[in-house]
Design a protein around this ligand. Structure first.
Ligand SMILES: CC(C)(COP(=O)(O)OP(=O)(O)OC[C@H]1O[C@@H](n2cnc3c(N)ncnc32)[C@H](O)[C@@H]1OP(=O)(O)O)[C@@H](O)C(=O)NCCC(=O)NCCS
Length: 140
């Protein structure tokens, strides 16, 4: 997907955090530590690998394609890529009110390892916490 396509899908997927622009995506894609995996359906996950740790930067499935397992497929593909880069740990931040994403992450073996108070601002200008979730990765 091009930065334009990524920004379009991100815009229909997110309110909190705010959607990322074409320029944001172009910048992120130019950094060698970042990687992106796109799905067969309208979905993508962007990750970062540095110092034995991988991070989910963002994950998006088009609203019309949700609930079909694409999010889980994307998360597993990201972890496979992270493991191939020898990451020992995967971490991510998720808004505390994002129950769908939290449920996905918990069911894939993530657990809460921290909380960032008032980390996100909603469109209504309310501050909400981010949960920091982490999961040890397999390494052979
Ligand atoms: C979070 C997101 C990526 C999930 O993608 P998805 O393709 O709909 O998820 P899946 O179909 O793979 O479902 C995975 C799990 O998520 C949870 N889930 C999915 N839809 C749900 C719903 N409507 N209500 C509650 N839980 C739900 C379930 O735990 C589900 O597992 P199950 O099917 O075994 O019950 C998608 O909703 C999305 O893009 N949301 C907006 C962006 C976002 O919040 N990204 C994550 C930011 S950290």
């Amino acid at each position: 997907m091009s930065p334009e396509e990524l920004a379009t899908l991100h815009a229909v997927s997110f309110q909190t955090p705010r959607p990322w622009s074409v320029k944001d995506f172009a910048g992120l894609l130019s950094m060698r530590e970042n990687f992106i995996i796109t799905g067969d359906g309208p979905s993508f996950i962007m990750g970062r690998y540095a110092a034995n740790e991988a991070e989910v930067l963002t994950l998006a499935v088009h609203p019309e394609a949700r609930g079909l397992g694409l999010g889980r497929v994307m998360l597993r593909a990201y972890e496979k890529e992270a493991e191939s880069r020898l990451a020992l740990m995967s971490i991510l931040e998720v808004a505390e009110n994002n129950s769908v994403a939290i449920s996905l992450y918990l069911s894939e073996g993530y657990s809460e390892s921290g909380r960032r108070p008032r980390y996100y601002t909603t469109p209504e200008n309310t501050k909400i916490d981010a949960l920091v979730l982490s999961k040890p990765l397999k390494h052979t």
